[in-house]
Design a protein around this ligand. Structure first.
Ligand code: ADP
Ligand code: MG
Length: 700
């Protein structure tokens, strides 16, 4: 890409110089372009700014004025209060910052300030600023009004070395020039832009930096959000092309020979959602493109049933199918279910885990390699050396997030050198659609958002610690009736600092004092994997009544006889995590209970009420996203200075995500090399601005 104006180092912009350029680097601003993308963090509508004269005690107000005098006021209690008298055309008022004497070094007489906060009564009216923006420095040009039409005030993210007034002067001096060159950034041809109802880039930047109306920044943000999402989707669309389109896949033949029989034998009808997902899967499998499909659905939504039909489709056409699960217990459980469904149809199902050894294992591997074993279920053991297939046509991966991409791919590579098998990945962790489309842009997404009829939803109750004895009585009643249960704690061990109950100590206490006549077991993440499995195995087999655990049971196994779960310090858990935990009960036919114990008056009470009011995992996931924000969901990537998504907000931008994905796929479908002249600009921006992701795409 040619050297554009926006590549100019920030140092050479007006009013910057080497020292300020260094300071700008701390804001991740190195070039003119970065300055353009460094957008205000706050906007104040000038038309809603109050006249000082008219301020009323009790009001929350934003005012703007010049500092007439300032100083630090000591009080008898030792608290130091920074105070200024602020004046506008209408009058004067004292603004006070208790406990912030250092502001005396930042704010001077003659400065222009914009402040927001409550008006209190204290020797007359006083405003206590919650936020303040230093619009202009005393004696320096610019009072913060120029170029803004005087309607919306902007405040930029700054640092100690680059306070607001300095940043504002830098923007005042350079923004016209920056906006004049912002067209260099444009990559979207206007017909597409119009179709998507997006602003042109120079206009988007203008709306963000110099809005004429308080609604304009949002319109500008939408455009930059689209760009972010689009390039992310583009990288993933290219990966998808490479994975599933470049080499031919298997064209499965659907004879219905086995599928019809299973349909007839099932005691229930598929839900509409299952039927829809099966159509999607079937279309993928019978097409020459390789399937790479992600099925998302709550626990119990019937994903495994979908997988079974997909496996039958593979087997009908003469291929083998493999299902990989993250733990031995889950693999055993799947194998058990599959045997019941498939063996009556004459389809053999084998289980391959680390526990299968010696001659059994040898025999199994021989049958697999010889092709006379149609279906195998297993753990990582499936991807070990020596495991070969004859005609592997479908790989199903359960709880996909527990495996790395490499492990998933390893199973796909187990083939016989022919076309690579189709892949279906399943997850019981509902996440909002916008997030799923963003994280798994390279996969095709199927959502099972409907529960089979006739389920009894788990009843969720909120209880205070003072009611713990009653809660234990409830547990005892379930155990008396021959049921089992879980007690969940946020910590493994108590520490001096926290006053929280923890699994290890509670296990001791409960065994001694509360349930001495019951069989309790302790389960937490610091136990070795085989011990954890052993505990769950004993629980599954009914040798343990109560499991005292941390969140390690999140992805556990089905124990239909478990009907009660108590979660202590429930406010400590995220909603999605609570939902995963709760999914461990309610697996049988009868009524199950989930009891959340939490201090009264916790701010989290509202959240817990939302949780108690619904069992819809997708609703809970959306609420979780809104409460916690997307940062948490992207993990570490989001915490850096240059977050993964700066402008896009997955709680509101679902439509933008879908539009970005459609456009990215459309382009890649037509021109996978982005070689056409109409895509040249896209390719340039991709290489120059998304180099990191671009490399990932090329190397793969
Ligand atoms: P998931 O894998 O999504 O947790 P499963 O496929 O294991 O769900 O299904 C959970 C239970 O519901 C199983 O016992 C299964 O037999 C049953 N089931 C699946 N689909 C239906 C349906 N359409 N109607 C009634 N029961 C169903
Ligand atoms: Mg399942």
């Amino acid at each position: 890409m040619g050297y554009g104006h926006l590549d100019r180092p920030a140092q050479f912009l007006k009013g910057v110089g080497p020292k300020r350029a260094d300071a700008l680097k701390k804001l991740a601003v190195g070039t003119a372009r970065d300055l353009l993308y460094h957008t205000p963090r706050r906007y104040d509508d000038a038309s809603t700014i109050h006249a000082i004269d008219a301020l009323q005690v009790g009001q929350d107000a934003t005012i703007r004025g010049r500092v007439r005098s300032s100083g630090v006021l000591p009080t008898r209690s030792g608290l130091k209060i920074f105070q200024v008298v602020l004046q506008d055309e209408s009058g004067m008022i004292t603004c006070a910052w208790p406990g912030q004497p250092w502001l005396d070094r930042k704010i001077r007489e003659g400065d222009q300030l914009l402040v927001t906060g409550p008006v209190k009564f204290f020797h007359g009216r006083q405003l206590h600023p919650r936020e303040h923006t230093l619009l202009a420095r005393a004696g320096k040009a610019g009072d913060g009004d120029e170029g803004e039409g005087g309607r919306v005030y902007t405040a930029y993210p700054g640092t100690d070395e680059l306070p607001q007034w300095v940043l504002r002067r830098i923007y005042d001096a350079n923004l016209d020039w920056l906006l004049a060159h912002a067209h260099e950034e444009e990559y979207l041809p206007s017909p597409w832009r119009e179709r998507l109802e997006l602003a042109e880039l120079p206009e988007a930047f203008r709306r963000l930096h110099r809005p004429a109306h308080i609604h304009e920044p949002e319109e500008g943000r939408r455009r930059l959000a689209f760009d972010e999402l689009f390039f992310l989707q583009l990288v993933q669309a290219l990966a998808r092309h490479r994975e599933t389109r470049l080499e031919p896949g298997i064209v499965h033949t659907r004879t219905n020979e086995l599928i019809r029989v299973l349909h007839q034998r099932l005691p229930f009808r598929l839900t509409d959602a299952q039927a829809r997902v099966l159509r999607e899967v079937s279309a993928d499998m019978t097409s020459p493109a390789r399937m790479n499909r992600f099925v998302q659905g709550d626990v119990g939504a019937g994903k495994t049933m979908v997988a079974v039909f997909a496996m039958l489709l593979a087997v009908e056409g003469g291929h083998q199918a493999a299902l990989m699960a993250p733990t031995e217990l889950l693999a055993e459980q799947h194998a058990g279910k599959l045997k019941v469904l498939l063996e009556p149809l004459g389809v053999d199902v084998a289980l391959l885990t680390g526990r299968v050894k010696g001659r059994d294992r040898d025999e199994l591997l021989t049958r697999l390699a010889g092709g006379d074993l149609p279906v195998v279920v297993g753990t990582h053991a499936l991807i070990q050396d020596g495991v070969d297939f004859r005609r592997l046509g479908l790989v199903v991966v359960d709880e996909q997030h527990r495996f790395g991409v490499r492990q998933r791919m390893a199973l796909v590579e187990r083939g016989d050198g022919g076309p690579r098998p189709d892949m279906l990945v399943m997850s019981a962790t509902p996440i909002p659609r916008s997030l799923a489309l963003t994280l798994y842009g390279d996969l095709d997404l199927s959502i099972l958002d409907e529960m089979p009829p006739g389920r009894t939803p788990v009843k969720t109750l909120l209880r205070y610690p003072s009611q713990r004895d009653e809660v234990y009585e409830g547990v005892e009643r379930e155990l008396e009736a021959g049921r089992q249960g879980y007690l969940v704690y946020p910590l493994v061990e108590e520490t001096e600092r926290s006053h929280m109950r923890a699994a290890v100590q509670e296990f001791e206490r409960l065994s001694r004092e509360v349930f001495p006549h019951r069989r309790l077991a302790l389960l937490h993440g610091q136990l070795p994997a085989d011990e954890k499995e052993a505990v769950m195995r004993r629980f599954r087999d009914g040798e343990v009544d109560l499991v005292v655990a941390t969140t390690v049971i999140e992805v556990g196994i089905d124990v239909p006889n478990a009907t009660v779960m108590i979660i202590e310090h429930a406010e400590r858990f995220g909603l999605s995590q609570l939902h995963q935990l709760r999914g461990r009960v309610g697996r049988g036919g009868g009524q199950s209970w989930c009891i959340l114990i939490s201090e009264p008056g916790e701010a989290a009470a509202e959240r817990l009420k939302v949780f108690a009011s619904t069992t819809d995992g997708f609703r809970i996931a959306r609420a979780d996203l809104e409460i916690r924000g997307q940062g948490d969901l992207f993990g570490a990537q989001q915490h850096g200075r240059d977050p993964f998504l700066r402008f896009a907000d997955l709680t509101v931008d679902e439509e933008l995500v879908s539009a970005a994905r459609r456009l990215a796929r459309e382009i890649v479908e037509r021109d996978p090399e982005l070689a056409g002249p109409e895509h040249a600009r896209i390719r340039e921006v991709l290489e120059a601005r998304h180099a990191e992701r671009f490399r990932m795409w090329k190397v793969g």
